[in-house]
Structure formats: C-alpha cells, structure tokens
Design a protein around this ligand. Structure first.
Ligand SMILES: Cc1cc2nc3c(=O)[nH]c(=O)nc-3n(C[C@H](O)[C@H](O)[C@H](O)COP(=O)(O)OP(=O)(O)OC[C@H]3O[C@@H](n4cnc5c(N)ncnc54)[C@H](O)[C@@H]3O)c2cc1C
Length: 808
C-alpha cells in the first residue's frame, strides 16, 4: 500500500526544509520532504550565505526581515551548531541616485521596524577601515546583515521540522505526479508511491522538471553565478573582529570576510544562462569550472576599493547554478488551475529568503492566503506569454541589473516586444514609446518630435525628459479629446443559469442591473481586498468582467472557485479576442458620434452603462466608463476592427485636435480622481473600508466572502483610511511607493502612489493614514527620498468632485 502524507514537499534545499518546518509549526506534522540526493545538494550547499534584509521591494523586505529573525533564533539554540556571523553590512553609493534609493529604502525599512543608517564617507571609513572612499557619496548600514553556513542552516531547519513530527526522506527521487479524481496526489518515486493531499514544489532549479511531469511550463531559467575565495589576507589576519559585508551595487559585487580571507562575488554584465536544453540528470552536489575572465573588471575594481584584497591570491572559485524567474523573484503560492499544488521555488536569493518563504508557503497551505500581500512573488503573475526564450532573455537582464536601482518609470527592454496590439506599428510610427504590462506593449507616452528617447535618463526625481510631453497629453484629455489603445485588459465572460448568484457571493457590493457597469471588489474571508473587477451585465445571467492585464490567471482561479461541477456556468477568458480603445475628453461624444449612429446622449447612453453599438467597422461593446475622469467611452472590439476603428476615430477627432495619450498621462489623470490601482493602492493587506471604498460595500448584503469580517469592521470602524495628500511645495520628486507618512515624529501611514498632477500643477500622493487623521485639512509630513515634505489631507477626489464631467 502506498504511504500517505498530508503534504509532500519535493526538494530538500534550504527552501524545502523551511517549508517543512513552517508546515509542522502550523500544525501539519504529517508532512514528508522527499529529496533525490542529500539535503542541500542543489544550489544550497555552495551559496555564499549572505543574509541581506535590504530590498527595494516592500514584500521581499518583509520576507528577509523575518528570515533574519528566525535564523538568529535558530542559531542561538544550543541544538543547532550554525556558523552565523551578524556583521552588519555597508552598501556603497557612488552618486545621488543611489543615495535617493537608500533614503527611500531606509524609510521603508523603518516602517518595518528595521533601523538602517545612512553613513557619510567618514562614517563608512570608521566601520570599514580597509576601504577607499574618495569617490563615494556615502553608504547604507544594515545592522542585521551577515552570513550563515547554508548547509548548517538547512540541517537546523530540517531538524526542527523533524522534532515537531515531520519526516525527511533522502535519496528518493520524485519521478511522476498525478492528481486522482478525488483530488489527492499520487507522488511516484523511485522508492515507491506516496499519496498526498497537497504537494509543494521546492525543487530549486529543477522546479521546471516537476512541472513538466504535469505537462506544465514554469518560467524558470538557470544562470551561472560565481564567487572567488582568497587566501589569507595579512590585514585580516592582523585584525580583531570581522569586517562587515560590503556591497558595491554601482559596480555590482559583494565582498565579505571568509575566515581570514575574502569572498568576492560579482553580478557580471556577461551573464551566462545554462542548461537551456535541459538539466543533466546526474548534476547534484557539483559545480562548473571557474570562468574568472568574466569577473576580471570587477576584481580589479574591488581591489581599487579595498586594496588589501589585492594582497592575497585566489584560493578557489565557486561557480554554481541559480534559478531565475523573468523578474528575479521566486514563485510562492498556488499553481493556477490546479488544486492543492503549491510553489516555493526559483529563488535567486534563497538563503536569505527561505525563512520568510517557508512561513508564507505554510500560510498558503493552511489558510489559503498569506499575512503579507506577496503578489510580487505569486506564480500567477506570469501567464503563458512567459515562454522559455522570454524567461532566459529576462533572466539575463535581471542578473545584469541585480544590483541596479529600480527606478520608477523604467521600462526594461529584454524579451520585447512580445505581445502587441494590432495598432502597435501605427502608434510606433507616431512616436509611441512603449512599456510592457503583463507582456503587452502599451504606449507610455508619445514622443511626437522623435527627439526624446535618445536622451532618456532614469532618476528618482522629477526630471524625466517626457514630463512636458505628458503634460500636453493630460491637457488634451482634460480640455479636448484623447485616445488610448489599451491592449491586454483581462476580459472574462461568465455565463449560465446561476451565474449571477455565483458572482454575487464573490463580491461585496450589489451586481449591476442589465446594461449597467459597476466596479466591484472580491474579498478574502478576512475582509481584505483580493480582486477588483469592472462588471458589465449583458443579461440576467451573463457578465462581461474586466480586470488588470496581469490578473488573468489570478482572477480566473477566483471566478472558477466554487463553480458547480455540472458546467452549467462557464467562465471564458476572452482577452485575446478583443482590443480596447479609450476615448475620453469633453469632445468624446462629438468624435464618437461621427463613427456610429448609436444614441450617445445622456438619456440614451448614460454614465456607467454599456451598449452593443455599430460603428463604421462593425459591432462592438461600448462602455461609458473610464479611468481618467472625463466624458468618455471604452470600446471593446474584435482585434480585426482595431486599425480601422482607430483610423476612423482619429479622422473624426482631427477637428478637435485629438491626441494620443499613454500610461504615464493616465496615471496622472487617474490620481486626480483618486482611482485606485490594483496591487499598488489596493492589496490584500487592506480592507475596502480602509481603502475608503465604502460606496462599494453593501452592508445589507447577506452573503459574500468576507462578510463577517466586514460587519465586525463596520462595528468598530476601520483602523486606517485611504486619502489623497497634496504637497505644500513642488519639491523635485514625487512620493515613491511605500513612503512613510508622519504626524510630528510618529509614523501614521504609508503612501501607495505619487505623481505630479498636471491638472492641479501639484505633487500629490495617495496614502493610507490612521483613521483619526483622515479628515480633509489634516497636516502631515511625508518622507520623500529622505526629505520631510509637508502635505495636507484633501477631499477625495481632487478633481471634479460631483463627477459632472463624467456625466456631461
Ligand atoms: C555561487 C552562488 C552563491 C550564492 N550566494 C547566495 C547568498 O549569498 N545568499 C542567498 O540568499 N542566496 C545565494 N545563492 C542562491 C541560493 O543558493 C539559492 O537561491 C538557494 O540555495 C535555493 O534553495 P532551494 O532550496 O530553493 O533550491 P536547492 O538548494 O537547489 O534545492 C532543491 C532540492 O530539490 C531537489 N530535487 C530536485 N528535483 C527533485 C526530484 N525530482 N525529487 C526529489 N528531490 C528533487 C534537489 O536535489 C535539491 O536538493 C547563491 C547561489 C550560487 C550559485
């Protein structure tokens, strides 16, 4: 008879062992880890073991902070002999941009209870006496950074899991996976079968092989990464105590003390993908040959920075495999469309992330959701467009930029263009500059002169060359009429007897009536925001549902959850069939009326309604809604209609001086209206009441997911509220994502968006603040790149409060 386990974890690297430990800690002690070789024999055994808490990502910062605390606890226990050096670290800044980044991350870290310090070159020299500082602006100090022995850490996690009752099986290879009709998994191994309720794929760089057993593709690439270890360095032999870890992100390497020598690990420009035709079956506990030539410029640079490094020879090199996803973040969470199958794999920084990852994985398994919003790490952020070729192209780019700053409005180019609208070339010829969203190329702004792109320079400040161009696009939409091609919106059709009841229990507001459109929110059982839909009711049991381009598989999973097994209700993804054009501005009606005979009057086609209309190119769905706050329509038409439809509208708009506008203009326009963005302003850490979306919560509705939690929150009142903030002075930068908001010295909130409002000619932000401070007129401060800037809570929305322009 096959062995049984509630959960099978495939893979005994640091991540698999952390998953097992956290599952056991959460009460799932009937958990079995299966490892094909020895524990740690994948990427883990040879890792450098550096443990930064620093990250420019809010989610990853939380994950790494948790890991560091867990490892300190594990290492403090007498049961776990772990070589763990809490040395602190210095990160060097060569210029203003890097200092901007450090000041922002320092503020994000502070909001998470981490105390980073900004060091002057003189302070830096004190903390790291062996360094040359003449060309540096400063540095960032992370007191909780350090290094750990990855094998000892993995063993400690495995031991802790076993002590709670979990099992570890080594030298056992998972060879096949099949889900039985009842939902349980048959996990075949070379030592016999195991039946499990739940499977966790923690197979590291072999995670793609596990998915192939199910006929599925995982966007994963393997990169070669090297570090070299030096002989003893006289200065280190003579010193008491360990040097802090050093990272020079502007040059792209880490340098740390290893015994009485150094470890130097560059992320080199000559990034090298490996095993594109498959991973050799017998590769385990192995390394590749050194290729120091790739590292030479970095070695030379590091010797100039820390001359002592040059006084020792190279003892050995380590060249091993690291898995990469297209954005360099791991996959944690459910596999779309499969029941009880979870990912915890593809870690490029798995040693420092394993602790937090194991916690999150256990939460997914036990509760079906995580404490922190981890969308940035969710497998479902990639859909089928992320092919192997795309993944390799992106992995190379991520590796090359591993230490580069993450600038706002940076549109990285590898693997593009991939998914293009039928209007792509037309818009490109008109000067469109593109960015990819969910793989789709979308115009971000229009360089009508053709002169801007060559001078493009990234920064955290308001100095983009496109600032003036975007101002003109905003003006066109506010004063005349603008048009935007928005390919890739996720579009579902939900249909069948009972469809209305099914959708109704998923959302916290009432469904629209037939012919009407409404915004709706799906919640977690905790009452926090899971998804945002624009729902159009085509008939009593027939809905057209729009959500974000990146939400396709996330929302498909959600819409399909709880559907009756008899297929009476169907959900179809129609995204690839329809394009969408946004026509908006005071002259939108005058323009559209020239391409259709349909009644576009307020009586015939009121705001928040939808109609099938005939235009010169054919029939399409027109919806009187938009994300920019003007009179306007979204036109959803079959892809073949798009070129002629766009051309006809453009001709009709000529007399009104119609203008193309892009995503950057839309961002400024939507923030004037305080329209929220999914996974920026709205995420599953916030409830709709906290998000000040009360008008989308129907307290009288009897049944929907999250109702009890919402009822309880209504009783006690939300702890925080979403508000617009208007800065007193213009400054020279907008509030970045997750900037801290203060009243006096007290941190009272966090921004989620910040833009220059071209309409108000003010710097504005959207933020969550303590409820008692949410009244318009409240004076607050926001830490923008290290500067405390005064701002006032304003009334929402900032523009056209009575929606007169939308109803015009
Ligand atoms: C040179 C180098 C330096 C690095 N330095 C750092 C660092 O300083 N800090 C940091 O955070 N990260 C570092 N990393 C990255 C880090 O090593 C990885 O992110 C981490 O080890 C991934 O752990 P894992 O458990 O996900 O994968 P792995 O350690 O690869 O474990 C996966 C396990 O799954 C097993 N497995 C696979 N297929 C099967 C199967 N079919 N059946 C059963 N078992 C299977 C494998 O045998 C393996 O043991 C470094 C990597 C390299 C190459």
């Amino acid at each position: 008879m096959a062995e049984h386990a509630k959960v099978v974890v495939i893979g005994g690297g640091v991540v698999g062992c952390s998953c097992l430990y956290h599952l056991a800690l959460s009460g799932i002690t009937d958990a079995l880890l299966i490892e094909r070789d020895e524990l740690t024999s994948g990427s883990t055994w040879h890792a450098a073991g550096n443990l930064p808490t620093f990250s420019t990502s809010w989610s990853v910062l939380k994950l790494q902070k948790y890991s560091a605390a867990l490892y300190r606890e594990l290492a403090a226990s007498a049961d776990n002999p772990i070589n763990y050096h809490l040395t602190g670290s210095v990160r060097l800044a060569h210029g203003r941009d890097r200092m901007d980044e450090f000041r922002h991350v320092q503020s994000m870290a502070k909001a998470n209870g981490l105390d980073y310090e900004i060091l002057s070159p003189a302070d830096l020299k004190q903390r790291y006496p062996l360094i040359e500082t003449h060309d540096l602006q400063g540095a960032l100090w992370d007191p909780l950074d350090g290094d750990i022995d990855p094998s000892q850490l993995t063993q400690a996690l495995g031991r802790a899991a076993r002590s709670l009752g979990a099992r570890v099986r080594r030298h056992t290879r998972v060879t096949a996976l099949a889900q039985r009709p009842g939902g349980e998994w048959l996990v075949s191994t070379d030592k016999g079968d195991v039946v499990a309720e739940i499977v966790v794929n923690a197979a590291g760089y072999r995670a793609g092989e596990i998915m192939a057993m199910l006929g599925r593709h995982l966007p994963i690439a393997v990169m070669s990464h090297q570090y070299l270890v030096t002989e003893d360095v006289p200065e280190l032999v003579a010193r008491a105590g360990r040097l802090p870890l050093l990272r020079d992100p502007d040059t792209s390497y880490y340098l740390r003390q290893e015994r009485e020598g150094f470890i130097l690990g560059p992320y080199e420009w000559k990034a090298t993908p490996m095993w594109q035709d498959g991973i050799p079956d017998d590769f385990a506990n192995q390394l590749w040959n050194d290729d120091f030539e790739r590292l030479e410029p970095y070695i030379e640079d590091a010797i100039r920075r820390v001359p002592a490094l040059g006084r020792a020879g190279i003892k050995r090199g380590v060249n091993g495999p690291i898995p990469y996803s297209p954005d360099g973040n791991p996959y944690i969470g459910p596999e779309p469309g499969l029941r009880n199958f979870f990912h915890c794999n593809t870690f490029s920084f798995g040693i420092t992330q394993a602790g937090g990852a194991g916690k999150a994985l256990a939460e997914w398994v036990v509760h079906g959701r995580t404490e922190w919003d981890l969308w940035a790490l969710d497998r479902r952020r990639y859909t089928e467009y992320a092919t192997s070729a795309y993944t390799v192209a992106k992995a190379i780019e991520v590796y090359q930029n591993e230490y580069a700053s993450s600038f706002p409005y940076e549109e990285r180019s590898a693997g593009r263009p991939l998914r293009c609208s039928p209007l792509y070339h037309t818009l490109q010829a008109k000067g469109a500059r593109f960015g990819a969203r969910g793989g789709w190329e979308r115009a971000v702004y229009f360089d009508l002169s053709g002169q801007l792109a060559t001078r493009e320079q990234l920064s955290f400040r308001r100095e983009s060359i496109w600032h003036g161009v975007v101002a003109e696009e905003v003006r066109a939409v506010r004063e005349r009429v603008g048009i935007m091609d928005l390919p890739g919106f996720t579009k579902f059709e939900l249909q069948g007897p009972g469809a209305a009841a099914h959708l109704d229990q998923l959302i916290c507001s009432r469904l629209p009536s037939v012919g009407r459109v409404s915004l709706a929110y799906a919640l977690t059982p905790n009452g926090t925001i899971l998804s945002e839909f624009t729902i159009t009711r085509l008939a009593a049991d027939h809905f057209y549902i729009i959500s974000a381009a990146i939400a396709a598989t996330h929302d498909m999973d959600l819409l399909r959850s709880g559907l009756p097994a008899d297929s009476t209700i169907t959900v179809r993804d129609r995204s690839a069939e329809f394009g969408s054009l946004i026509l908006a501005g005071p002259q939108a009606r005058a323009v559209l009326s020239q391409v259709t005979q349909a009644d576009l009057s307020n009586a015939g086609f009121p705001w928040l309604s939808a109609r099938a209309i005939k235009t010169v190119t054919g029939t399409m769905l027109a919806m009187r809604v938009n994300y920019v706050g003007e009179l306007g329509w979204e036109l959803h038409a079959s892809l073949d209609q798009m070129p002629d439809l766009y051309a006809a509208i453009w001709r009709a708009g000529a007399q009104f001086d119609i203008r193309d506008f892009g995503l950057y203009a839309m961002d400024s326009l939507r923030i004037d209206k305080c329209y929220r963005g999914w996974k920026s302003d709205l995420e599953n850490g916030y409830t709709p009441l906290e998000a000040s979306l009360d008008r989308f919560v129907d307290a009288r509705k009897m049944a929907f997911v999250g109702r009890d939690a919402i009822q309880a929150e209504l009783q006690r009142g939300p702890a925080q509220r979403f508000v617009p903030l208007v800065f007193d002075d213009d400054g020279d930068a907008e509030a970045p994502y997750c900037a801290q908001v203060f009243q006096g010295d007290e941190n009272v909130g966090l921004t989620t968006s910040g833009v220059w409002s071209h309409t108000l000619r003010k710097s504005v932000a959207l933020a969550y603040v303590r409820s008692s401070l949410a009244q318009a007129g409240t004076r607050l401060h926001v830490n923008v790149l290290g500067q405390m800037r005064a701002a006032t809570v304003a009334q929402e929305p900032l523009y056209d409060p009575a929606n007169l322009r939308l109803r015009a």
